[in-house]
Design a protein around this ligand. Structure first.
Ligand SMILES: C[S@@+](CC[C@H](N)C(=O)[O-])C[C@H]1O[C@@H](n2cnc3c(N)ncnc32)[C@H](O)[C@@H]1O
Length: 367
């Protein structure tokens, strides 16, 4: 009874953008993100810098949460979203490629109800005890994941995955899966960080909230937007503009290993094959690591140069920081060899919450 009352809130049609609206970016808001390197907070600044450039098609080569792809969608562009991780690709499907589908009350009730005629596996419950979530929560995840395939539409499935990923992230200390640390949440100690109330809020409650957020973000910009799941260097696309926001390597400080930090979400995308990819020796049952030049101080400069060369016929917009490897000077030099005119925009202080950081955001535009 309570369930049907809650889920009736989700019946929201996708916003239609008419041709006359294209000069006015849609007022739709991208859902708040909790992802390393997300540009969500910088969207107004990016928009200010990108809207003076003339382009119709755009590749977001390292798409992550899809926040910047969404900005492009709002700007009326044809958007190609890409990310090497499958769980991010599903986000691209749900919020970028998908122009019209939303989850309705029937879909949601199918997702959260235990089907008495179905024999459910309990892989998460049996593999991850005391690691990320409680037993009861793990059981909920096992059921929900196996119910997703009952939705027949690929965009609806992707929307369900997106809401599930957000629910998993918000319930994790640090919003990551890099340690076996359920105890941080459950032990009776005084905490100086995080939000125990959010961690302890039942999955279902978070899930309903995120479905509502996703439904409200579905935007039809009348373009054939597309999501890809490849290494950015391997794509076969020639868009007018390529937006490049790769994993960032600070000259000093720690790196972000995306697949390692979010392995639990990546595993969930392939429930039945998940055990094949798990390193069972690891305390936190992560996936086997895959080395990437983008997460390696020695190899990133070469990877960067190769990528710039590959997309040399497009306008390039690179999100970067002043203390990265390679340095901004090295990037500018590589771009000048490609006969590009380069400008470097430093972020305006009004968009930065803390002025203490010595790692300022920049946007390098090469035309
Ligand atoms: C800094 S984040 C991008 C953040 C994104 N702009 C946003 O606003 O959410 C970098 C992304 O690059 C992805 N990635 C890493 N190596 C990649 C590769 N070789 N090809 C494509 N994507 C890659 C990671 O999975 C991660 O999501």
């Amino acid at each position: 009874m309570i369930l049907s009352k809650q889920i009736s809130l989700f019946e929201q049609p996708a916003e239609q953008v008419s041709v006359k609206d294209f000069s006015q970016p849609s007022s739709k808001k991208f859902p708040k993100t909790r992802y390393q390197g997300s540009k969500y907070k910088l969207l107004p600044w990016l928009k200010e810098n990108l809207e003076r450039i003339d382009f119709a098609t755009v590749l977001d080569a390292f798409g992550g949460t899809g926040s910047v792809s969404f900005l492009f969608k709002q700007m009326g562009k044809t958007v190609y979203y890409n990310d090497i991780l499958q769980f991010n690709f599903l986000t691209g499907k749900a919020l970028i490629e998908n122009n019209i589908e939303t989850l309705n009350t029937n879909d949601i009730s199918l997702l959260v109800s235990k089907d008495a005629n179905f024999s459910y596996l309990n892989f998460i419950e049996s593999t991850f005890p005391d690691i990320y979530y409680t037993n009861e929560e793990n059981q909920w995840l096992d059921i929900l994941l196996q119910n997703i395939s009952k939705l027949k539409n690929e965009y609806k499935q992707a929307l369900a995955f997106w809401a599930l990923f957000q629910s998993c992230i918000i319930k994790r200390p640090y919003n990551l899966f890099h340690r076996k640390n359920l105890y941080v949440r459950t032990s009776e100690v005084k905490r100086s960080f995080g939000n125990k109330k959010t961690w302890d809020t039942p999955f279902e409650q978070h899930f309903f909230k995120f479905i509502k957020e996703a439904n409200q973000a579905i935007l039809d910009n009348k373009k054939r937007n597309k999501a890809y799941n490849q290494d950015a260097q391997q794509l076969n696309l020639s868009p007018d503009l390529v937006y490049i926001d790769p994993p960032y390597i600070p000259a000093k400080g720690t790196l972000t290993f995306y697949r390692d930090f979010y392995h639990f979400l990546e595993g969930m995308t392939d429930y039945h094959n998940w055990p094949k990819y798990i390193d069972f020796e690891s305390k936190h049952k992560k996936l086997f690591s895959i080395s990437s030049p983008w997460e390696n101080k020695e190899n990133i400069t070469f990877a960067f140069k190769e990528l710039l060369e590959k997309y040399k016929d497009s306008i390039l917009a690179i999100s970067y920081r002043i203390d990265g490897i390679p340095s901004i000077e090295e990037i500018k030099k590589a771009l000048s060899y490609l006969n590009k005119k380069v400008t470097v925009q430093e972020i305006d202080y009004k968009y930065v919450l803390s002025t203490k950081s010595d790692s300022k955001e920049v946007l390098i535009i090469a035309e």
